[in-house]
Ligand binder design. Structure first.
Ligand SMILES: [Zn+2]
Length: 90
């Protein structure tokens, strides 16, 4: 796949661990196995914009208080949403 930083075609999918601050700012949680892209040419490791938005939307729509300090991306996305739609976006 193509690297969004240097346009190299050598970029590969990877799973990364990241730290995410909760929307209320109370703490940061560790998210494991986040679908990511790594590029051997420029050394960038990043998440695509749409995925970052997905995580941020999910954080807004679930009750983050009972979340453990560490979970996988899939576990996070599987948490049931308590709002029917995203009221934070127009
Ligand atoms: Zn690159």
């Amino acid at each position: 796949m193509q690297c969004m930083w240097c346009d190299s075609n050598q970029a590969e999918e990877a799973k990364m661990t990241g730290y995410w601050e909760l929307p209320d700012g109370s703490r940061a949680i560790e998210i494991k196995e986040i679908p990511s892209v790594t590029c051997p040419d420029c050394g960038m490791e990043y998440q695509e914009e749409t995925l970052v938005e997905e995580i941020e939307d999910q954080m807004m729509l679930i009750d983050t208080k009972p979340l453990p300090n560490s979970l996988t991306f899939k576990e996070l996305m599987d948490v049931p949403r308590f709002l029917k739609r995203n009221y934070f976006k127009l």
